[in-house]
Write a protein that binds this ligand. Sequence first.
Ligand SMILES: N[C@@H]1[C@@H](O)[C@H](O)[C@@H](COP(=O)(O)O)O[C@@H]1O
Length: 261
Amino acid sequence: MEVVIVSDAKAGGALIAGAMAELLGRKPDALLGVATGSTPLPVYEALAARAGSGAADVSRARIAQLDEYVGLPADHPESYRSVLRREVLEPLGLGMDAFIGPDGTAEDVRAACEAYDRALAEAGGVDLQLLGIGTDGHIGFNEPCSSLASRTRIKTLTEQTRVDNARFFDGDIEQVPHHVITQGIGTILEARHLVLLATGEGKADAVAATVEGPVAAVCPASALQLHPHATVVVDEAAASKLKLADYFRQTFAAKPAWQGI
Ligand SMILES: N[C@@H]1[C@@H](O)[C@H](O)[C@@H](COP(=O)(O)O)O[C@@H]1O
């Protein structure tokens, strides 16, 4: 696992957008797995800026969703499908034909989950999966004690995650669904490159457990330790509880630029 400590969220966004642009240069129709939440926004802004200036060609990029609320109408402004359309697809000039995601409105949720795992495989698999992290160490919506081998399935949110996400629902936790569909940890681990971005002091404990703790289902993000190409990008605040922070800084500073992340 590579840990890159950046000065702030904007620098993290620029670094990851650069990796996405480089990937799209090599593979124009790369499948980018994207996450919701506040943290990834600087990545999407930086990628859209690169596309706008002609520094990246995103015209054939494909976008895959990580997780979704169960039961919210697809056109609800806070369904993750709507969020991704607003924050990723439209700024990149991509239509819904470039998008795959699970159906959070399906009556048969289990079939919808299986269909999404199949769709990911049929699309050739995710080339680069961008991840955020919950304060409890969740990735996607894989809450603590999720199976590290899990596939896309329904999960129940913890109270903490519903409290954290209430800000997207007028601060009203009652409006935050209890159930979600999320790519499983086993599904996420099939992406060719995992990039986790975490910013702010509130993520420092989760980042320390992810990077320096044991691989343990109680911290789902620690599963990244099992992946051959995982990059954790953190700002100084999110890195503040890493014992090996200086080592990570020195390693990245000495890395040849051509290697990228
Ligand atoms: N399902 C999403 C996760 O994919 C995201 O990583 C997390 C953190 O969000 P934020 O980046 O806003 O802290 O929020 C939600 O739970």
